[in-house]
Ligand binder design. Structure first.
Ligand SMILES: NC(=O)c1ccc[n+]([C@@H]2O[C@H](COP(=O)([O-])OP(=O)(O)OC[C@H]3O[C@@H](n4cnc5c(N)ncnc54)[C@H](O)[C@@H]3O)[C@@H](O)[C@H]2O)c1
Length: 386
């Protein structure tokens, strides 16, 4: 069934994500109304877009004429009342349920019944949908930072979302040049959920005195082929942001042991050591694992075993819960996180029996239910199920 192409989009929140999403939509040819409630924030967002467009010209990626056309398609707005006629709203306001729900309820009143998309990282789409008063039109479009460059979008629907709205949102995201994965509403959605063991198992190794951050980071990058080590990644993202995602998942699951936050992160946040943005986190400013000594081969193998086994186990739980299809999960971990391969491929390379044995050994020594093996993994493996 064909749909008319979306011509006018409202983007709510002109911060890091909203400004990038507005630029992306305008680049794809849509007219955009960019709306922010805070004085100065709109100018800040437009400034961010301007700087990004200038860099594109400098790099030779866009011509002056293309950039001028993008700029002309973005118009500022200071209230939802100015968004009359939009066909799609994408909200990227701060991660506060009441704020987002109130905004969606106001947008639901607009004439033309626009699709209402949230870019939330951790709030239940179903909860937002119910509070909006327009549940069939509410869905999640989860972009990654920076939205202009990251190729993945998670498309999250609820049992009440109108399938026509889902297909129209998918067509729009694809028009933005994104690869879209269908994801069930739930803690961490897909990518944030399946990436959790990368951080949490690493923090666990640090808590136990099993290995140091520089050793774990080196092994993950040099032996595992991952783009960044978990500790340098947490420093880049912000330890407070990483802790907030984990805490929200843990709370929403009523205490799933695999998602239990680490006291080390809590202590870092309490001390104001948030990572790069605060001048230091796991690494002091200007330092890196690259200057640290090599890791003994036995320890290196044991570190990577723990990381890989827990990534595969989380993916197995996610697949059994129907969070996404096997191929989407595999694709999302590669294009969303730049992992060298997806969990089914890790399972093939490592061997399912070996992964189960690693987890069983961890259970025997730690007696921590976070190491319980997913029935799907013990039963046949994720590669077989995908
Ligand atoms: N930053 C990331 O890496 C990232 C990645 C994926 C998803 N997200 C999600 O995107 C959303 C926005 O995150 P961000 O980092 O861009 O936040 P931000 O703080 O940079 O920007 C939020 C903007 O929303 C504005 N705002 C607040 N109330 C508003 C209202 N009622 N109407 C219009 N504008 C309003 C604020 O003034 C601010 O400019 C959050 O839900 C976050 O979880 C963030």
């Amino acid at each position: 069934m064909g749909h008319r192409e979306i011509g006018l989009v409202g983007v709510l929140g002109a911060g890091t994500m909203g400004a990038g999403i507005a630029q992306l939509c305008a680049r794809a040819g849509a007219e955009v109304l960019l709306c922010d409630a805070a004085e100065g924030a709109l100018a800040g967002g437009l400034g961010q877009i301007e700087a990004s467009l200038a860099r594109a010209v400098e790099r030779g990626a866009s011509s002056e004429a293309e950039v001028a056309a993008v700029r002309a398609r973005i118009r500022p707005a200071s209230s939802t009342a100015e968004l009359a006629g939009i066909e799609l709203a994408i909200e990227a306001v701060p991660e506060v349920l009441e704020l987002k729900a109130g905004l969606l309820a106001a947008l639901a009143e607009l004439e033309g019944e626009p699709i209402l998309a949230s870019n939330t990282s951790s709030i239940s789409i179903a909860a937002l949908a119910e509070r909006s008063g327009a549940a069939p039109r509410v869905l999640g479009l989860h972009f990654f930072n920076p939205p202009t460059a990251m190729p993945l979008v998670e498309l999250i629907s609820t049992p009440r979302t109108d399938p026509a709205a889902v297909e129209r949102a998918r067509a729009f995201a694809e028009r933005l040049g994104k690869q879209v994965v269908d994801v069930q509403d739930g803690p961490g959605f897909l990518v944030n959920r399946c990436a959790r063991p990368y951080y949490l198992e690493s923090l666990r190794m640090l808590e136990d005195g099993f290995a140091e951050p520089a050793q774990i980071d080196r092994v993950c990058v040099e032996d595992g082929g991952l783009p960044l080590g978990p500790f340098e990644l947490m420093d880049a993202i912000g330890i407070d942001v990483s802790l907030a995602v984990t805490s929200s998942m843990w709370e929403r699951s009523y205490g799933e042991p695999r998602w239990r936050p680490s006291p080390i992160q809590v202590a870092q946040v309490a001390a104001g050591r948030l990572g790069r943005k605060s001048g230091g986190g796991f690494y002091a400013e200007g330092t890196s694992w690259r200057a640290a000594p090599p890791v003994a081969p036995g320890l290196a193998a044991a570190i990577l075993d723990r990381i890989v086994a827990n990534l595969v186990n989380e993916a197995a739980f996610a697949l059994s819960a129907g969070v996404a299809s096997g191929p989407d999960l595999e694709r999302a971990m590669v294009i969303g996180l730049n992992h060298p391969c997806g969990p089914a491929e890790w399972e093939r390379r490592w061997g399912r029996d070996r992964i189960v044995a690693i987890l069983d050994r961890l259970w025997e020594t730690e007696h921590d239910p976070r190491y319980r093996v997913a029935p799907l993994l013990r039963g046949g493996g994720i590669a077989a199920a995908a």
